[in-house]
Design a protein around this ligand. Structure first.
Ligand SMILES: NC(=O)c1ccc[n+]([C@@H]2O[C@H](COP(=O)([O-])OP(=O)(O)OC[C@H]3O[C@@H](n4cnc5c(N)ncnc54)[C@H](O)[C@@H]3O)[C@@H](O)[C@H]2O)c1
Length: 531
């Protein structure tokens, strides 16, 4: 996102790795740049996230929805933790893809992953309902749901009613009321409910958050997050999908039974208000999740924004192929969230002005900057790039303290108030330094999918018998799931309320009761649109 040279980028990565190592090992006195570690590397995750191996006692799992995302999850599913006993999908093409893959290395297919003999034992169903009818025969214990947003809640509710633990993809549900119903059903049935905001299981984000929580960036007053794409080139829009011939055999009755008016709505569900939640639900929710992790998972105070369908549907703008999809969702959104600052107090005239602002944008017409989150602190700047890389630069202080994008830094015991770790410039003379090598960022970083599935299975085996101690999910600090239903509902509230604010063109204040599963209050009930 920031426009920096390759040298400055490398310095930023080395700074991040060194700072992570210094803070993680507590060795904040070393007076040289610490050798880069695998800052987001695989292999360290289980201990970090509070789980361990299952000793061959694998959980019997079915995957519901084996489309683009379901196939990524199937390809990454942890064989030591889960035994895939079945898959279910409405679309014949996607049932086939689950076994054969699609030529993309992130969707290898079950045959390649497990071998033809093991894959051949996995049963296939035409819908989640057909699957649930056979759950006892299958010995099914849990499901992973990767279906269109509108269907998350009805499918998860059916599965929990049948006594199965649920890991559903994000956004948790289409409405906040549905989120609450899911949480209450999980509690009633004493089941685990996890949601796939994978940044909670990214070692890279965990390390970044450690730096933030150790105060290394100083006070954070602004976070800028964005996911910009350019779909103005012919056939470049990944949200506009073709219809495979085999899927045309789905009847109108079958589609209706599962909530879809026609095949186009099933295949291109992201484009419609009923079936999807637009850019905020699909992309923004992940990044607001990340921003709120850095801010300590506090709830926001208010949101306002602009959303528009400013590109699709304007005659004479862009290529002809964008005309046919009849989309309803906005193609550009710009939202501003107000979060409480460290000393925020709504009852105090001065302290109620202590806020941290998070802006989010997503557009369809320019991808100059890579997607990510840029965290602006009073002592440093951190850039999370495409979930795979992280960079850190020191702020340039007064006088000769050094800083800025050209400067390497080291982390020392604090001399500033509070005595926590702080950054110092490595050399006071500016000018880019030659890269020293380090982390294999592109290939060695897990986005967290595997880890979220591992922890889910571990929790099924080890966290019971009471999955709701004291009426709440097991706390994260005691090893509980990191993105449980209550955590994920807050992400859904942010995304869905931002949609309401854009629709109504107004500033909406978040109410504490929206975040309380025991209360019926929900933003869509009070504001009444885009529900
Ligand atoms: N965590 C991430 O980074 C990430 C990335 C992409 C997508 N997702 C999420 O994954 C979910 C799926 O997205 P996708 O891109 O794979 O969509 P997709 O359209 O490619 O696949 C969805 C599949 O669900 C199937 N389905 C619908 N209703 C069903 C039912 N009742 N029973 C069985 N199958 C059913 C459809 O036939 C389809 O094959 C969405 O919620 C999306 O937001 C998450």
């Amino acid at each position: 996102m920031p426009v920096v040279s390759p040298e400055q980028e490398q310095i930023g990565k080395d700074n991040f790795s060194g700072a992570v190592e210094a803070v993680n090992t507590g060795d904040v006195k070393r007076r040289d740049v610490l050798k880069a570690i695998a800052a987001g590397g695989v292999g360290t995750s289980a201990a970090l996230f509070g789980y361990s191996a299952l000793n061959k006692d694998r959980v019997k799992v079915a995957f519901i929805g084996t489309g683009d995302e379901g196939n990524i999850l199937l390809s990454e599913h942890p064989e030591d933790y889960m035994e895939v006993v079945a898959i279910a999908d409405l679309r014949p093409s996607n049932r086939e893809r689950a076994f054969k893959g699609d030529g993309n290395e992130v969707r290898t297919g079950l045959i390649k992953k497990l071998g033809a003999s093991v894959a051949g034992k996995i049963q296939t169903f035409d819908s989640h309902k057909d699957l649930l009818a056979k759950k006892d025969e299958l010995g099914l214990e849990a499901v992973v749901i990767a279906t269109p947003l509108m269907t998350h809640s009805p499918i998860a509710m059916d599965c929990m009613e049948a006594g199965l633990h649920v890991l559903t993809e994000k956004l948790m549900a289409r409405t906040v009321t549905q989120c609450k119903n899911m949480i209450n059903k999980a509690k009633e049935k004493n089941l685990l409910l996890a949601v796939g905001h994978q940044r909670h299981y990214s070692v890279l984000y965990n390390n970044a958050n450690n730096l933030v929580q150790n105060g290394l960036l100083g006070e954070i007053k602004y976070i800028r997050a964005q996911w910009h794409r350019n779909n103005s080139f012919p056939f470049s829009d990944s949200w506009q999908k073709g219809t495979p011939a085999t899927d045309k055999e789905l009847s109108a009755e079958e589609l209706k039974e599962f909530g879809f008016d026609d095949l186009n709505e099933l295949i291109n569900w992201r484009l419609f208000e009923k079936t999807g939640g637009g850019l905020m639900a699909e992309l923004g929710s992940h990044q607001m999740d990340a921003a709120s992790i850095f801010l300590g998972k506090v709830h926001p105070i208010a949101v306002s924004g602009f959303g528009g369908k400013n590109f699709y549907g304007i005659e004479g703008v862009g290529p002809k192929d964008k005309w046919d999809d009849k989309r309803e969702i906005d193609d550009q959104i710009f939202v501003t969230f107000e979060f409480p600052g460290a000393n925020y107090d709504p009852a105090d005239a001065d302290k109620k002005r202590d806020k941290c602002i998070v802006t989010y944008s997503s557009i369809n017409t320019n991808k100059f900057e890579p997607y990510g989150e840029l965290v602006y602190g009073t002592r440093g700047t951190m850039f999370m790039k495409t979930e795979k890389e992280a960079m850190l630069w020191k702020e340039d202080g007064r006088g000769s303290q050094g800083g800025g994008p050209d400067q390497r830094l080291w982390v020392i015991s604090g001399s500033e108030a509070g005595g926590g770790p702080v950054m110092e410039a490595y050399e006071t003379s500016s000018g880019p330094k030659v890269a020293t090598g380090g982390t294999d960022w592109a290939t060695n970083v897990s986005r967290g999918y595997r880890e979220e599935m591992e922890h889910f299975c571990y929790a099924i085996r080890n966290h019971g018998p009471d999955h709701w101690p004291g009426g709440n999910p097991k706390p994260v600090k005691e090893g509980g799931l990191r993105c449980n239903g209550v955590v994920a509902m807050a992400d859904a509230i942010m995304a869905l309320t931002a949609n309401l604010a854009m629709e109504l063109q107004t500033r909406i204040e978040f109410k504490p009761e929206w975040f309380d599963p025991a209360s019926d209050a929900a933003p869509e009930l009070e504001h009444g649109v885009k529900a």
